[in-house]
Structures are given as C-alpha cells and as structure tokens.
Unconditional design. Structure first.
Length: 115
C-alpha cells in the first residue's frame, strides 16, 4: 500500500512540475509594409515572432535604431525587402525596439516586448 501511495504521489508531483514549467505558447504578428508600417506600434511577448511583409511596389528595410543610452537586442536589420517578400524576427528580451526604413527614414515603428 505504501508503495502504491508513493508511486501515485511521485506521478502527481511530476505532472504538476511539468505543467508548471511548460513554456508559454509563442505567436506570430504581421506588420504590413505599404508606404508605412501598419501597425506602426505592436506589443508582443518574449518568444513571439514579428513578420514584416512588403505589400508595396517599392523596396523597404526594417532597421533597428541603436542608441548608446538604450542598447537593444543586438540590433537588427532586414537588408532590402523586395516587393512581395518578408522579414521576420523572434524577440527574446524585454524592451522597446524602435525601427525605421533606411530607404524611407520617415517610416518608423515600435515593437514593445513584455513577459
């Protein structure tokens, strides 16, 4: 009887730990590029992916603003995104990431990453 109770307790405890430590689901968010970034501000959680899709007939970039006072996650730069193509990034650190298009500096956006 003691062995059965010990076995059940251990199994129950293992299941509880597995459920408690299971990673939270990650999601994909799409930012449309068509003369600007839409939406130009997006809030995501750690582990989520942001996908920038170029629906414009012209080329664009997605380039992080780097500021010495506020270093971001290693920065990021998509390079040129041709019409019809996309760029994606998984965010793994909390922070506010401002970005712009190198080819059209007036086009700006922000990704806010939370827990």
């Amino acid at each position: 009887m003691k062995i059965l109770i010990s076995t059940l307790a251990a199994a129950s405890m293992s299941a509880a730990v597995a459920a408690w430590t299971a990673p939270s689901p990650s999601y994909e968010y799409v930012v449309r590029i068509d003369k600007n970034f839409n939406p130009d501000r997006i809030e995501v959680k750690i582990g989520d992916t942001v996908i920038w899709k170029n629906f414009d007939s012209g080329d664009h970039t997605v380039t992080a603003e780097l500021r010495p006072a506020s270093p971001q996650e290693g920065g990021f730069d998509s390079g040129v995104i041709l019409s019809g193509l996309s760029y994606e990034k998984v965010f793994s650190r909390i922070g506010t990431y401002k970005y712009y298009c190198k080819l059209h500096p007036e086009e700006m956006g922000t990704v806010i990453v939370t827990r």
